[in-house]
Design a binder for this molecule. Structure first.
Ligand code: PLP
Length: 478
Protein backbone atom coordinates (compact mmCIF):
# COMPACT_ATOMS: atom_id res chain seq x y z
CA UNK A 1 0.00 0.00 0.00
CA UNK A 2 1.53 3.28 -1.06
CA UNK A 3 1.46 6.30 1.28
CA UNK A 4 -1.05 7.93 -1.10
CA UNK A 5 -3.38 4.95 -1.04
CA UNK A 6 -3.00 4.82 2.74
CA UNK A 7 -3.88 8.50 2.93
CA UNK A 8 -7.05 7.94 0.93
CA UNK A 9 -8.14 4.79 2.74
CA UNK A 10 -7.12 6.25 6.07
CA UNK A 11 -9.45 9.19 5.53
CA UNK A 12 -12.19 6.78 4.56
CA UNK A 13 -11.59 4.72 7.70
CA UNK A 14 -11.54 7.76 9.96
CA UNK A 15 -14.82 8.85 8.35
CA UNK A 16 -16.22 5.39 8.97
CA UNK A 17 -15.24 5.58 12.63
CA UNK A 18 -16.66 9.10 13.01
CA UNK A 19 -19.93 7.90 11.42
CA UNK A 20 -19.90 4.95 13.82
CA UNK A 21 -19.56 7.32 16.77
CA UNK A 22 -22.62 9.18 15.50
CA UNK A 23 -24.78 6.14 14.87
CA UNK A 24 -23.70 3.82 17.68
CA UNK A 25 -26.52 5.10 19.90
CA UNK A 26 -29.11 3.86 17.40
CA UNK A 27 -27.66 0.34 17.08
CA UNK A 28 -28.84 -2.63 19.15
CA UNK A 29 -26.40 -2.63 22.06
CA UNK A 30 -26.09 -6.39 22.43
CA UNK A 31 -25.36 -8.34 19.27
CA UNK A 32 -28.05 -10.81 18.22
CA UNK A 33 -25.54 -13.00 16.39
CA UNK A 34 -25.95 -16.69 17.08
CA UNK A 35 -22.92 -18.92 17.75
CA UNK A 36 -21.03 -19.56 14.50
CA UNK A 37 -22.98 -17.00 12.48
CA UNK A 38 -20.09 -14.56 11.95
CA UNK A 39 -17.65 -17.36 11.26
CA UNK A 40 -19.99 -18.90 8.69
CA UNK A 41 -20.13 -15.61 6.77
CA UNK A 42 -16.34 -15.66 6.33
CA UNK A 43 -14.49 -17.73 3.69
CA UNK A 44 -12.77 -20.83 5.02
CA UNK A 45 -9.37 -19.75 3.65
CA UNK A 46 -7.43 -16.54 3.05
CA UNK A 47 -7.74 -15.01 -0.45
CA UNK A 48 -4.98 -15.90 -2.90
CA UNK A 49 -5.21 -12.49 -4.50
CA UNK A 50 -5.55 -9.10 -2.88
CA UNK A 51 -9.09 -7.76 -2.79
CA UNK A 52 -10.49 -4.27 -3.42
CA UNK A 53 -11.15 -2.13 -0.37
CA UNK A 54 -14.77 -1.58 -1.41
CA UNK A 55 -15.30 -5.27 -0.73
CA UNK A 56 -13.53 -5.00 2.62
CA UNK A 57 -15.61 -1.99 3.71
CA UNK A 58 -18.72 -3.81 2.50
CA UNK A 59 -17.97 -6.84 4.65
CA UNK A 60 -17.28 -4.63 7.63
CA UNK A 61 -20.90 -3.47 7.47
CA UNK A 62 -22.38 -6.80 6.40
CA UNK A 63 -20.51 -9.25 8.63
CA UNK A 64 -18.75 -7.45 11.45
CA UNK A 65 -21.15 -4.70 12.60
CA UNK A 66 -24.08 -7.10 13.22
CA UNK A 67 -21.71 -9.28 15.25
CA UNK A 68 -20.67 -6.44 17.54
CA UNK A 69 -21.78 -5.73 21.06
CA UNK A 70 -21.44 -1.98 21.13
CA UNK A 71 -19.29 -1.14 24.13
CA UNK A 72 -19.22 2.46 22.92
CA UNK A 73 -23.00 2.76 22.95
CA UNK A 74 -24.19 5.28 25.55
CA UNK A 75 -26.74 2.59 26.44
CA UNK A 76 -24.03 0.17 27.51
CA UNK A 77 -24.37 -0.34 31.27
CA UNK A 78 -22.93 -3.86 31.57
CA UNK A 79 -19.84 -5.10 33.46
CA UNK A 80 -17.61 -2.07 33.81
CA UNK A 81 -17.20 0.26 30.84
CA UNK A 82 -14.43 0.07 28.25
CA UNK A 83 -13.87 3.67 27.25
CA UNK A 84 -12.84 5.08 23.88
CA UNK A 85 -12.51 8.73 22.91
CA UNK A 86 -11.31 10.79 19.95
CA UNK A 87 -7.89 11.49 21.49
CA UNK A 88 -7.60 7.88 22.64
CA UNK A 89 -8.33 6.58 19.14
CA UNK A 90 -5.86 9.02 17.60
CA UNK A 91 -3.23 7.81 20.04
CA UNK A 92 -3.91 4.22 19.00
CA UNK A 93 -3.69 5.22 15.35
CA UNK A 94 -0.37 6.95 15.85
CA UNK A 95 0.96 4.04 17.86
CA UNK A 96 0.02 1.73 14.96
CA UNK A 97 1.56 4.14 12.47
CA UNK A 98 4.88 4.34 14.29
CA UNK A 99 4.72 0.71 15.35
CA UNK A 100 7.83 0.88 17.50
CA UNK A 101 8.63 -1.88 19.92
CA UNK A 102 9.54 -0.21 23.19
CA UNK A 103 10.84 -3.32 24.88
CA UNK A 104 13.93 -1.44 26.06
CA UNK A 105 14.90 2.20 26.34
CA UNK A 106 17.37 1.72 23.48
CA UNK A 107 14.70 0.36 21.13
CA UNK A 108 12.77 3.63 21.31
CA UNK A 109 13.78 6.11 24.02
CA UNK A 110 10.64 8.21 23.52
CA UNK A 111 8.37 5.23 24.18
CA UNK A 112 10.00 4.59 27.54
CA UNK A 113 10.44 8.17 28.66
CA UNK A 114 6.93 9.31 27.69
CA UNK A 115 5.51 6.32 29.55
CA UNK A 116 7.54 7.04 32.68
CA UNK A 117 6.40 10.65 32.60
CA UNK A 118 2.73 9.68 32.10
CA UNK A 119 2.86 7.36 35.09
CA UNK A 120 4.39 10.13 37.19
CA UNK A 121 1.74 12.60 35.97
CA UNK A 122 -1.00 10.18 36.94
CA UNK A 123 0.56 9.29 40.29
CA UNK A 124 0.63 12.99 41.19
CA UNK A 125 -2.85 13.64 39.80
CA UNK A 126 -4.22 10.82 41.97
CA UNK A 127 -2.19 11.98 44.99
CA UNK A 128 -0.40 8.64 45.25
CA UNK A 129 2.46 8.57 47.77
CA UNK A 130 5.80 9.79 46.47
CA UNK A 131 7.26 6.28 46.78
CA UNK A 132 5.40 5.29 43.57
CA UNK A 133 6.96 8.04 41.47
CA UNK A 134 9.86 7.14 39.17
CA UNK A 135 12.28 9.52 40.89
CA UNK A 136 11.78 7.85 44.29
CA UNK A 137 14.39 5.46 45.68
CA UNK A 138 12.78 2.23 44.52
CA UNK A 139 9.48 3.03 42.82
CA UNK A 140 7.87 3.82 39.52
CA UNK A 141 5.19 2.73 37.15
CA UNK A 142 4.47 1.37 33.72
CA UNK A 143 1.56 0.50 31.45
CA UNK A 144 0.32 -3.07 31.45
CA UNK A 145 -2.34 -4.42 29.13
CA UNK A 146 -4.85 -5.25 31.83
CA UNK A 147 -5.41 -5.29 35.57
CA UNK A 148 -5.09 -9.07 35.43
CA UNK A 149 -1.52 -8.71 34.18
CA UNK A 150 -0.76 -6.21 36.93
CA UNK A 151 -2.02 -8.62 39.56
CA UNK A 152 0.08 -11.40 38.07
CA UNK A 153 3.29 -9.40 38.01
CA UNK A 154 2.60 -8.09 41.53
CA UNK A 155 2.26 -11.69 42.68
CA UNK A 156 5.46 -12.63 40.85
CA UNK A 157 7.33 -9.80 42.60
CA UNK A 158 5.80 -10.83 45.93
CA UNK A 159 7.01 -14.38 45.45
CA UNK A 160 10.50 -13.14 44.58
CA UNK A 161 10.57 -11.03 47.73
CA UNK A 162 9.41 -13.95 49.89
CA UNK A 163 12.43 -15.97 48.75
CA UNK A 164 12.72 -19.65 47.91
CA UNK A 165 11.38 -22.55 49.89
CA UNK A 166 8.56 -20.79 51.72
CA UNK A 167 5.09 -22.28 51.95
CA UNK A 168 3.33 -19.31 50.37
CA UNK A 169 -0.23 -18.19 51.04
CA UNK A 170 -2.15 -15.44 49.20
CA UNK A 171 -5.17 -13.50 50.51
CA UNK A 172 -7.93 -11.48 48.86
CA UNK A 173 -11.52 -10.76 49.68
CA UNK A 174 -14.32 -13.08 48.69
CA UNK A 175 -15.37 -10.22 46.39
CA UNK A 176 -11.95 -9.77 44.75
CA UNK A 177 -11.77 -10.20 41.00
CA UNK A 178 -11.20 -13.71 39.63
CA UNK A 179 -7.84 -12.53 38.22
CA UNK A 180 -6.32 -12.92 41.69
CA UNK A 181 -7.07 -16.64 41.83
CA UNK A 182 -6.09 -16.90 38.17
CA UNK A 183 -2.69 -15.35 38.94
CA UNK A 184 -2.29 -17.90 41.76
CA UNK A 185 -3.20 -20.66 39.29
CA UNK A 186 -0.60 -19.43 36.79
CA UNK A 187 2.07 -19.36 39.51
CA UNK A 188 1.19 -22.79 40.84
CA UNK A 189 -0.04 -21.36 44.16
CA UNK A 190 -3.48 -22.75 43.33
CA UNK A 191 -4.04 -25.94 41.35
CA UNK A 192 -7.42 -24.79 40.07
CA UNK A 193 -10.12 -22.14 40.60
CA UNK A 194 -11.48 -23.89 43.69
CA UNK A 195 -8.16 -24.80 45.35
CA UNK A 196 -8.03 -22.97 48.70
CA UNK A 197 -5.03 -24.71 50.21
CA UNK A 198 -2.81 -21.64 49.72
CA UNK A 199 -5.34 -19.02 48.65
CA UNK A 200 -7.66 -17.51 51.25
CA UNK A 201 -10.74 -15.62 50.13
CA UNK A 202 -11.58 -13.51 53.15
CA UNK A 203 -15.09 -12.94 54.38
CA UNK A 204 -16.67 -9.52 53.71
CA UNK A 205 -18.86 -7.30 55.88
CA UNK A 206 -22.42 -6.18 55.14
CA UNK A 207 -21.07 -3.64 52.65
CA UNK A 208 -18.97 -6.27 50.83
CA UNK A 209 -15.63 -4.99 52.17
CA UNK A 210 -12.87 -7.26 53.44
CA UNK A 211 -13.30 -7.81 57.19
CA UNK A 212 -9.89 -6.92 58.65
CA UNK A 213 -10.47 -9.19 61.69
CA UNK A 214 -11.10 -12.13 59.37
CA UNK A 215 -7.94 -11.33 57.41
CA UNK A 216 -5.99 -11.05 60.65
CA UNK A 217 -7.33 -14.38 61.91
CA UNK A 218 -6.41 -16.14 58.66
CA UNK A 219 -2.92 -14.65 58.62
CA UNK A 220 -2.26 -15.56 62.25
CA UNK A 221 -3.44 -19.13 61.70
CA UNK A 222 -1.12 -19.47 58.70
CA UNK A 223 1.83 -18.01 60.59
CA UNK A 224 1.23 -20.42 63.45
CA UNK A 225 1.16 -23.30 60.98
CA UNK A 226 4.56 -22.19 59.61
CA UNK A 227 3.23 -20.82 56.35
CA UNK A 228 4.30 -17.52 54.75
CA UNK A 229 1.64 -14.92 53.97
CA UNK A 230 3.33 -13.47 50.88
CA UNK A 231 0.59 -11.57 49.05
CA UNK A 232 -2.54 -9.65 49.98
CA UNK A 233 -4.77 -8.07 47.37
CA UNK A 234 -7.09 -5.29 48.50
CA UNK A 235 -9.74 -4.11 46.06
CA UNK A 236 -10.86 -0.52 45.70
CA UNK A 237 -14.04 -0.83 43.67
CA UNK A 238 -14.98 -4.51 43.57
CA UNK A 239 -16.47 -5.92 40.41
CA UNK A 240 -19.81 -6.92 41.90
CA UNK A 241 -20.62 -3.76 43.85
CA UNK A 242 -17.64 -1.28 43.78
CA UNK A 243 -17.16 -1.87 47.50
CA UNK A 244 -13.92 -0.52 48.95
CA UNK A 245 -11.59 -2.59 51.09
CA UNK A 246 -10.21 -0.63 54.09
CA UNK A 247 -6.57 -0.14 53.08
CA UNK A 248 -5.49 1.51 56.32
CA UNK A 249 -6.92 -1.31 58.43
CA UNK A 250 -5.38 -3.94 56.17
CA UNK A 251 -2.05 -2.14 56.53
CA UNK A 252 -2.59 -2.29 60.30
CA UNK A 253 -3.22 -6.03 60.17
CA UNK A 254 0.07 -6.59 58.36
CA UNK A 255 1.95 -4.32 60.76
CA UNK A 256 0.56 -6.10 63.85
CA UNK A 257 1.54 -9.45 62.39
CA UNK A 258 5.09 -8.18 61.81
CA UNK A 259 4.60 -8.48 58.06
CA UNK A 260 4.84 -4.83 56.98
CA UNK A 261 7.43 -4.60 54.22
CA UNK A 262 7.42 -8.40 53.88
CA UNK A 263 3.96 -9.44 52.72
CA UNK A 264 3.25 -7.70 49.39
CA UNK A 265 0.11 -5.58 49.48
CA UNK A 266 -1.38 -5.02 46.03
CA UNK A 267 -4.26 -2.60 45.50
CA UNK A 268 -6.55 -3.48 42.62
CA UNK A 269 -8.41 -0.30 41.67
CA UNK A 270 -9.03 -1.37 38.08
CA UNK A 271 -12.32 0.45 37.69
CA UNK A 272 -12.46 2.92 40.59
CA UNK A 273 -8.89 4.18 40.24
CA UNK A 274 -9.67 7.07 37.87
CA UNK A 275 -12.00 8.53 40.51
CA UNK A 276 -8.90 9.26 42.60
CA UNK A 277 -8.39 12.26 40.32
CA UNK A 278 -11.23 13.82 42.34
CA UNK A 279 -10.46 14.84 45.87
CA UNK A 280 -13.89 13.88 47.20
CA UNK A 281 -13.30 10.19 46.34
CA UNK A 282 -9.78 9.92 47.70
CA UNK A 283 -11.03 8.49 51.00
CA UNK A 284 -11.08 5.21 49.08
CA UNK A 285 -7.28 5.30 48.89
CA UNK A 286 -6.81 6.13 52.57
CA UNK A 287 -3.97 3.82 53.64
CA UNK A 288 -2.56 3.34 50.12
CA UNK A 289 0.84 4.20 51.55
CA UNK A 290 0.88 0.64 52.95
CA UNK A 291 0.74 -0.79 49.43
CA UNK A 292 3.65 -2.24 47.48
CA UNK A 293 1.77 -1.92 44.21
CA UNK A 294 -1.34 -0.29 42.82
CA UNK A 295 -3.13 -0.67 39.52
CA UNK A 296 -5.98 1.09 37.75
CA UNK A 297 -7.41 1.06 34.23
CA UNK A 298 -7.77 4.27 32.23
CA UNK A 299 -9.30 1.96 29.62
CA UNK A 300 -12.24 1.32 31.87
CA UNK A 301 -13.37 4.77 32.99
CA UNK A 302 -10.86 7.38 31.87
CA UNK A 303 -11.58 7.86 28.18
CA UNK A 304 -8.44 5.99 27.12
CA UNK A 305 -8.80 3.22 24.59
CA UNK A 306 -8.26 -0.39 25.52
CA UNK A 307 -5.66 -1.55 26.46
CA UNK A 308 -4.24 0.66 29.17
CA UNK A 309 -3.72 -0.44 32.75
CA UNK A 310 -1.43 1.64 34.95
CA UNK A 311 0.76 -0.24 37.41
CA UNK A 312 2.90 1.36 40.09
CA UNK A 313 5.21 -0.27 42.55
CA UNK A 314 7.33 1.03 45.40
CA UNK A 315 9.63 -2.02 45.09
CA UNK A 316 10.81 -2.13 41.50
CA UNK A 317 13.87 -4.05 42.65
CA UNK A 318 11.74 -7.04 43.62
CA UNK A 319 9.84 -6.82 40.34
CA UNK A 320 12.88 -6.50 38.12
CA UNK A 321 14.79 -9.20 39.99
CA UNK A 322 11.89 -11.56 39.30
CA UNK A 323 11.48 -10.73 35.62
CA UNK A 324 14.87 -9.68 34.25
CA UNK A 325 16.80 -11.97 31.98
CA UNK A 326 19.35 -10.61 29.53
CA UNK A 327 20.49 -12.76 26.63
CA UNK A 328 23.46 -11.52 24.65
CA UNK A 329 21.32 -10.20 21.79
CA UNK A 330 19.57 -7.71 24.08
CA UNK A 331 22.74 -6.27 25.60
CA UNK A 332 23.33 -2.60 24.89
CA UNK A 333 25.28 0.27 26.36
CA UNK A 334 22.26 2.21 27.63
CA UNK A 335 20.93 -0.75 29.65
CA UNK A 336 24.35 -1.48 31.04
CA UNK A 337 24.86 2.12 32.10
CA UNK A 338 21.99 1.70 34.59
CA UNK A 339 20.73 5.15 33.61
CA UNK A 340 17.59 3.95 31.79
CA UNK A 341 14.49 1.90 32.42
CA UNK A 342 13.95 -1.20 30.31
CA UNK A 343 10.25 -1.94 30.65
CA UNK A 344 10.73 -5.48 29.33
CA UNK A 345 11.82 -6.24 32.91
CA UNK A 346 8.46 -5.03 34.28
CA UNK A 347 6.17 -7.33 32.32
CA UNK A 348 5.62 -10.84 30.99
CA UNK A 349 6.36 -10.39 27.26
CA UNK A 350 9.49 -8.94 25.77
CA UNK A 351 7.86 -6.70 23.15
CA UNK A 352 5.62 -3.81 24.06
CA UNK A 353 3.34 -1.36 22.28
CA UNK A 354 3.66 2.42 22.50
CA UNK A 355 0.54 2.82 24.65
CA UNK A 356 1.67 5.97 26.43
CA UNK A 357 0.75 8.04 23.36
CA UNK A 358 -2.98 7.59 23.82
CA UNK A 359 -2.76 8.43 27.51
CA UNK A 360 -0.71 11.53 26.69
CA UNK A 361 -3.28 12.65 24.13
CA UNK A 362 -6.19 12.03 26.52
CA UNK A 363 -4.52 13.94 29.35
CA UNK A 364 -3.60 16.86 27.10
CA UNK A 365 -6.93 17.01 25.27
CA UNK A 366 -9.23 16.90 28.30
CA UNK A 367 -6.89 18.09 31.02
CA UNK A 368 -7.38 16.79 34.56
CA UNK A 369 -10.30 19.19 35.00
CA UNK A 370 -12.06 17.74 31.96
CA UNK A 371 -11.56 14.20 33.21
CA UNK A 372 -12.79 15.09 36.69
CA UNK A 373 -15.93 16.67 35.22
CA UNK A 374 -16.55 13.53 33.20
CA UNK A 375 -16.19 11.23 36.21
CA UNK A 376 -18.31 13.44 38.44
CA UNK A 377 -21.10 13.55 35.89
CA UNK A 378 -21.31 9.74 35.82
CA UNK A 379 -21.36 9.61 39.60
CA UNK A 380 -24.13 12.23 39.61
CA UNK A 381 -26.14 10.14 37.15
CA UNK A 382 -25.66 7.03 39.27
CA UNK A 383 -26.89 8.90 42.35
CA UNK A 384 -29.93 10.04 40.34
CA UNK A 385 -30.70 6.47 39.25
CA UNK A 386 -30.24 5.29 42.82
CA UNK A 387 -32.91 7.78 43.97
CA UNK A 388 -35.30 6.65 41.25
CA UNK A 389 -34.83 2.99 42.23
CA UNK A 390 -35.39 3.81 45.91
CA UNK A 391 -38.64 5.61 45.04
CA UNK A 392 -40.14 2.63 43.18
CA UNK A 393 -41.63 0.22 45.72
CA UNK A 394 -41.22 -2.77 43.40
CA UNK A 395 -37.42 -2.48 43.62
CA UNK A 396 -34.79 -2.50 46.35
CA UNK A 397 -31.21 -1.28 46.33
CA UNK A 398 -28.96 -4.29 46.84
CA UNK A 399 -25.60 -2.75 47.82
CA UNK A 400 -24.28 0.61 48.94
CA UNK A 401 -23.30 2.80 45.97
CA UNK A 402 -19.80 4.21 46.17
CA UNK A 403 -19.33 5.61 42.64
CA UNK A 404 -21.04 4.99 39.32
CA UNK A 405 -22.50 1.52 39.82
CA UNK A 406 -26.08 0.97 41.00
CA UNK A 407 -27.00 -2.53 42.23
CA UNK A 408 -30.70 -3.28 42.62
CA UNK A 409 -33.32 -5.98 42.24
CA UNK A 410 -37.01 -6.61 42.15
CA UNK A 411 -38.09 -7.25 45.72
CA UNK A 412 -39.05 -10.69 46.93
CA UNK A 413 -37.52 -13.95 48.11
CA UNK A 414 -37.19 -17.42 46.73
CA UNK A 415 -37.40 -18.95 43.29
CA UNK A 416 -40.19 -16.64 42.11
CA UNK A 417 -38.17 -13.50 42.77
CA UNK A 418 -35.06 -15.07 41.25
CA UNK A 419 -37.00 -15.92 38.15
CA UNK A 420 -38.49 -12.42 37.91
CA UNK A 421 -35.08 -10.73 38.18
CA UNK A 422 -33.51 -13.04 35.60
CA UNK A 423 -36.42 -12.53 33.22
CA UNK A 424 -36.24 -8.77 33.70
CA UNK A 425 -32.54 -8.75 32.78
CA UNK A 426 -33.06 -11.01 29.78
CA UNK A 427 -35.94 -8.92 28.46
CA UNK A 428 -33.99 -5.67 28.85
CA UNK A 429 -30.97 -7.07 27.04
CA UNK A 430 -33.09 -8.68 24.32
CA UNK A 431 -34.65 -5.27 23.62
CA UNK A 432 -31.34 -4.03 22.23
CA UNK A 433 -32.05 -0.66 23.84
CA UNK A 434 -29.71 -1.19 26.77
CA UNK A 435 -27.28 -3.76 28.11
CA UNK A 436 -26.81 -4.55 31.78
CA UNK A 437 -25.36 -7.52 33.66
CA UNK A 438 -25.91 -9.19 37.01
CA UNK A 439 -24.16 -10.44 40.08
CA UNK A 440 -25.26 -12.64 42.96
CA UNK A 441 -25.24 -11.21 46.49
CA UNK A 442 -26.22 -13.39 49.44
CA UNK A 443 -27.61 -15.95 47.04
CA UNK A 444 -29.87 -13.48 45.27
CA UNK A 445 -29.64 -12.22 41.70
CA UNK A 446 -28.88 -8.52 41.55
CA UNK A 447 -28.88 -6.27 38.49
CA UNK A 448 -25.92 -3.95 37.95
CA UNK A 449 -26.13 -0.68 36.03
CA UNK A 450 -22.62 0.75 35.53
CA UNK A 451 -22.78 4.30 34.23
CA UNK A 452 -19.45 4.92 32.57
CA UNK A 453 -19.58 4.57 28.79
CA UNK A 454 -17.84 7.53 27.19
CA UNK A 455 -21.03 8.99 25.69
CA UNK A 456 -23.58 8.27 28.43
CA UNK A 457 -25.62 11.33 29.35
CA UNK A 458 -28.61 11.97 31.59
CA UNK A 459 -31.13 11.20 28.84
CA UNK A 460 -29.66 7.72 28.33
CA UNK A 461 -29.96 6.90 32.02
CA UNK A 462 -33.50 8.30 32.10
CA UNK A 463 -34.48 6.23 29.05
CA UNK A 464 -32.90 3.14 30.55
CA UNK A 465 -34.80 3.60 33.82
CA UNK A 466 -38.06 4.12 31.92
CA UNK A 467 -37.42 0.89 30.03
CA UNK A 468 -36.56 -0.96 33.26
CA UNK A 469 -39.80 0.24 34.87
CA UNK A 470 -41.98 -0.70 31.90
CA UNK A 471 -40.31 -4.07 31.49
CA UNK A 472 -40.66 -4.77 35.22
CA UNK A 473 -44.38 -4.11 34.85
CA UNK A 474 -44.56 -6.68 32.06
CA UNK A 475 -42.49 -9.26 33.95
CA UNK A 476 -44.50 -8.88 37.17
CA UNK A 477 -47.80 -8.80 35.31
CA UNK A 478 -47.02 -11.89 33.25
C1 PLP B 1 -11.74 -4.99 40.34
C2 PLP B 1 -11.31 -5.56 39.03
N1 PLP B 1 -10.08 -6.07 38.91
C3 PLP B 1 -9.65 -6.59 37.76
C4 PLP B 1 -10.46 -6.65 36.64
C5 PLP B 1 -9.94 -7.26 35.40
O1 PLP B 1 -9.65 -6.26 34.49
P1 PLP B 1 -8.77 -6.51 33.20
O2 PLP B 1 -9.73 -6.86 32.12
O3 PLP B 1 -8.08 -5.19 32.97
O4 PLP B 1 -7.82 -7.61 33.50
C6 PLP B 1 -11.75 -6.14 36.72
C7 PLP B 1 -12.64 -6.17 35.56
O5 PLP B 1 -13.72 -5.68 35.55
C8 PLP B 1 -12.18 -5.58 37.94
O6 PLP B 1 -13.42 -5.10 38.08
Amino acid sequence: MSPDQFRELGRRMVDWIADYMERVESLLVLSRATPGEVGAALPAAAPERGEPWDAIFGDLERIIVPGLTHWQSPNFFAYFPCNASGPGILGELLSAGLNVNGMMWATSPAATELETRMLDWMARAMALPEKFVSTSANGGGCIQGTASESTLIAMIAARARAGPGADLVAYASAHAHSSIVKAAMILGIARGPEDRERVRLIEVDGSYRTRPEALEGAIRADLEAGRTPFFVCATVGTTSTTSVDPLDEIGGVLARAGLAGRTWLHVDAAHAGPAMLCEEFRWMFRGVEHADSVCMNPHKWMLTNFDCDLFWTSDREALVSALSITPEYLRNAASESGAVIDYRDWQIPLGRRFRALKLWFVLRHYGLEGLRAHLREHVRLAAMLERWVAADARFELAAPRTLNLVCFRLRGEGAGAEDANRRLMEALNASGRMYLTHTVLNGRTVLRVAIGASGTQERHVADAWGLIQRTAGEVLGA
